[in-house]
Design a protein around this ligand. Structure first.
Ligand code: ZN
Ligand code: ZN
Length: 335
């Protein structure tokens, strides 16, 4: 525990950590070799250089702990390859929707974004590309509690049973909670209201993905300045049923369902939802052909900016009273 505490403390200092994923014994050995190498190679430090190093470290630690670093209100689509992992954070609170199934990619993304604590992790549905890395997440971030669809807690199918076994309540200080339509989860200035599923129709499959209308209330007057829809792998068929519970004038940010599959959206839905920013989480060259080009075209024709993890890596959507600002890990490919 003291070692983990020291490592977490050091990891909080910007630029001190290089995330790698490997066997624990091999990593300890590698660390010992690196320390021994440094010891042998490093010229004996003078008092002045030691003081300079200590000063630099203290400044970096202050920067890491500075309150303004925790100030951003943002939804970050983490690049975890073919799968979903969406980070919502505001005012020091953080929530992760899905984990993807590539442990190394999730850990690297958490390191890039400085994620060390999560108030809640949401699993939208038990498919591996949404919750496969749930255990690995525990290696890099302390997770307070887990949220799933209420029906998942009782569903007799194998997928839901497996997830219940893996995510036993004793693993999380705040336990595992089932959410129903209308339930709301607060994350700083964001409120995530459950809009789907009313009840399982597909044993917790894609069509039963736990979906949220995420409202951003920047000034705390109870009225949302901006909205986003996070819908897991739910597709057009489910979105049409959800639509009446979504704002009449549409939403600002859409996490495109089911990685932008052919059936994820249709023309009338794009018109109804009228998103300005669409987020598509996909692996480069995935075997499903996600996202479908026709879905991207539909969105683009509606005047929406489509951002894909396979093209730009992590996508950060930052919210403020006045505007929504998007930044990406990599520059967009020229078309
Ligand atoms: Zn099930
Ligand atoms: Zn999926």
């Amino acid at each position: 525990a003291p070692l983990a505490w020291a490592v977490r403390g050091l990891a909080a200092v910007p630029g001190t950590c290089l995330p790698v994923d490997g066997d624990a014994a091999a990593m300890v050995l590698l660390s010992v070799v690196m320390v021994a190498g440094l010891w042998a190679w490093w010229p004996s430090p003078s008092g002045r250089s030691l003081a300079a190093a200590a000063g630099a470290l203290a400044t970096a630690a202050l920067l890491a702990a500075a309150p303004w670093r925790a100030g951003a209100d943002e939804i970050v689509m983490l690049d975890v390859g073919q799968g979903d992992a969406f980070l919502v954070r505001s005012q020091g609170a953080a929530l992760l929707v899905d984990t993807g199934n590539r442990d190394g990619l999730l850990k690297e993304a958490c390191a890039r974004q400085g994620v060390r604590f999560l108030d809640r992790v949401v699993v939208t549905h038990p498919d591996d590309d949404h919750c496969g890395s749930l255990e690995a997440l525990g290696d890099v971030a302390a997770v307070e509690g887990l949220l799933v669809a209420d029906d998942l807690l009782e569903c007799p199918c194998e997928g839901c049973g497996d997830l219940r076994d893996r995510a036993g309540s004793e693993r999380y200080p705040a336990g595992v909670r089932g959410l129903k339509v209308g339930d709301a989860v607060t994350c700083g200035r964001f409120t995530l209201t459950v809009v789907w599923p009313a009840s399982f129709a597909d044993e917790g499959g894609n069509g039963d993905s736990l979906s949220f209308l995420c409202s951003y209330d920047g000034d705390g007057d109870g009225a949302a300045e901006w909205t986003a829809l996070l819908c897991g792998d739910a597709e057009a068929e489910q979105l049409r049923v959800m639509a009446p519970s979504l704002p009449a004038d549409g939403i600002d940010v859409l996490k495109v369902g089911h990685h932008g599959s052919k059936k994820s959206l249709d023309e009338s839905l794009v018109e109804r939802l009228a998103p300005r920013i669409a987020l598509v989480s996909v692996g480069a060259g995935n075997r499903y052909g996600h996202p479908a080009p026709e879905v991207c075209d539909l969105l683009a024709e509606g005047g929406c900016t489509v951002l894909r993890t396979d093209e730009v890596g992590d996508v950060t959507v930052a919210f403020s009273m006045e505007k929504i600002e998007v930044s990406t890990e990599h520059a967009a490919p020229s078309s």
